[in-house]
Design a protein around this ligand. Structure first.
Ligand SMILES: NC(=O)c1ccc[n+]([C@@H]2O[C@H](COP(=O)([O-])OP(=O)(O)OC[C@H]3O[C@@H](n4cnc5c(N)ncnc54)[C@H](O)[C@@H]3O)[C@@H](O)[C@H]2O)c1
Ligand SMILES: N[C@H](CO)Cc1c[nH]c[nH+]1
Ligand SMILES: [Zn+2]
Length: 427
């Protein structure tokens, strides 16, 4: 892990670079797969599944028999853990329901806002190097709570053409409507354009590697909405001497093990803590089954020694981490002043893994600095706000002349007439 002492502000951009490829690096392959899927549907999806996932499939749709088999395979202990996580995620997301906004803006002019579910949603569940069934809980639970009717799920098959049983179990536990064996760019193309078997959806959700993330971003050019760019996982920890170096290290490695393009950063005012973490990383890394992946992402990662809390805060807001752990004496300073982060974890006993699985918050979060402008997935992500209005005779008499004047000033006579005719009818 590269160590940087007291960087100058002009060096931040370079130090805080992500290791991921950008839209321009990947758009050529995305556009060409999109074009083919649009033209030839399932046949192209199967071709790319053979190329990238090394399996030839007859059918993309998961059958009830496969789901039944998965139910019998998943252990009772794992089922219970999922039930606990589901209950917490449901509680936290159900509490996000808002009441109807209802205002009489002036006498006789009633305006209100109501929310409606997005009827057809597509969930992408990553499965390239790890079967992220927890992501199903994070997406299908709020989709169900919001009232989405069609919940389609795409996830890559293994090279036997199977889907991990925990994914199938979680999908049926959370009310997913249909599950398809397809991953990567081709999955996003399938849900964007629709194929013989995969339905076209209105909005695509879910994290994935850089291919999936860029495909989602480009899919928006074809009329589908997306939750946000949720790419390779990242974590920034701010810690001082009050932090436990072993705990901090375990958190850094937890996100480093996601993929070779993940990035983790420790920012500290304490040289002692940075040294302790540096040593601990080697020890803990040795024990990890995914040490080869974690070692590569540790290569993209940084230990940054800063002068004071203010400088730490400015650097963190500039980076905009997906996950932000605060393990410092003066935690209130960071909690009150953090502007750009997907999700914040506070204190020595709040591992980032808690949010990944079971505390109740959502783990589908903006990466690559997009925390500056996007929220993580939440209940509202699955809904649209609609406004309504009803104007009485008294109301149109009160508001009418203002509308007439404004329409006239814009040169839009028909707009003005729509009011004038009504006002005349009341004289
Ligand atoms: N931001 C978040 O909220 C969040 C949450 C969970 C996971 N993640 C991230 O999701 C990612 C999961 O990645 P993954 O790879 O394990 O699974 P994935 O399902 O995202 O990607 C696997 C697919 O990538 C495609 N692919 C692989 N190599 C390709 C290539 N060279 N060209 C074109 N397509 C290719 C294949 O079609 C394959 O099916 C990780 O980067 C992890 O950090 C992010
Ligand atoms: N940390 C990931 C979000 O960046 C989510 C996840 C799923 N499983 C484990 N972790
Ligand atoms: Zn994780």
């Amino acid at each position: 892990m590269q160590r940087i002492n007291y960087p100058q502000q002009k060096e931040w951009e370079e130090i805080l670079k992500r290791p991921t490829q950008t839209v321009s690096d990947i758009e050529e392959i995305v556009n060409s797969i999109f074009k083919e899927v649009q033209a030839d549907g399932d046949a192209v999806i199967k071709k790319y599944t053979a190329q990238f996932d090394k399996v030839t499939l007859d059918s993309l749709l998961v059958t009830n028999v496969e789901i039944e088999r998965a139910n019998n395979t998943v252990s009772d202990a794992l089922k219970q853990a999922m039930t606990l996580a589901k209950s917490n995620i449901e509680k936290f997301h159900a509490a996000q329901k808002t009441s109807k906004v209802d205002v009489e803006t002036m006498p006789g002019v009633k305006c209100w806002q109501e929310k409606r579910p997005i009827q057809k949603v597509g969930l992408y569940i990553p499965g390239g190097t790890a079967p992220l069934f927890s992501t199903i809980l994070m997406l299908a639970i709020p989709a169900k709570l919001a009232g989405c009717k069609e919940i389609v799920l795409c996830t890559p098959p293994d090279n036997n053409g199977d889907i991990n049983p925990a994914i199938l179990y979680a999908a049926q536990l959370c009310g997913v409507t249909q599950i398809f064996k397809v991953g990567g760019i081709q999955a996003i193309a399938g849900m964007t354009f629709g194929t013989e078997s995969i339905p076209k959806v209105y909005k695509i959700f879910g994290p994935g590697n850089q291919y999936v993330t860029v495909a989602k971003q480009l899919a928006t050019k074809h009329g589908v909405a997306i939750d946000m760019p949720a790419g390779p996982s990242e974590l920034l920890v701010v810690a001082d001497d009050s932090a436990n170096a072993a705990f901090v290290t375990s958190d850094l490695l937890s996100q480093a093990e996601h993929g070779v393009d993940s990035q983790v950063i420790l920012v500290s005012t304490s040289e002692n803590l940075i040294e302790a973490v540096e040593m601990e990383i080697e020890n803990q890394l040795q024990q990890l089954p995914r040490k080869e992946i974690a070692r590569k992402s540790i290569g993209n990662s940084r230990l940054i020694l800063v002068k004071n809390d203010q400088e730490a805060l400015e650097l963190i807001n500039e980076y905009g981490p997906e996950h932000f752990i605060v393990c410092v004496e003066n935690e209130a300073f960071f909690i009150e002043n953090i502007q750009n982060a997907g999700s914040v974890f506070i204190g020595n006993y709040t591992p980032e893994s808690a949010g990944d699985y079971a505390s109740g918050t959502n783990h589908t979060l903006p990466t690559n600095g997009y925390a500056k402008q996007y929220s993580g997935v939440n209940l509202d992500s699955f809904m649209k706000s609609m406004t309504f209005q009803k104007i009485s005779e008294k109301g149109i008499q009160g508001i009418g002349s203002a509308i007439e004047l404004m329409a006239e000033a814009e040169g839009l006579q028909a707009h003005k007439n729509a009011v004038t005719l009504r006002l005349k009818s009341l004289r």
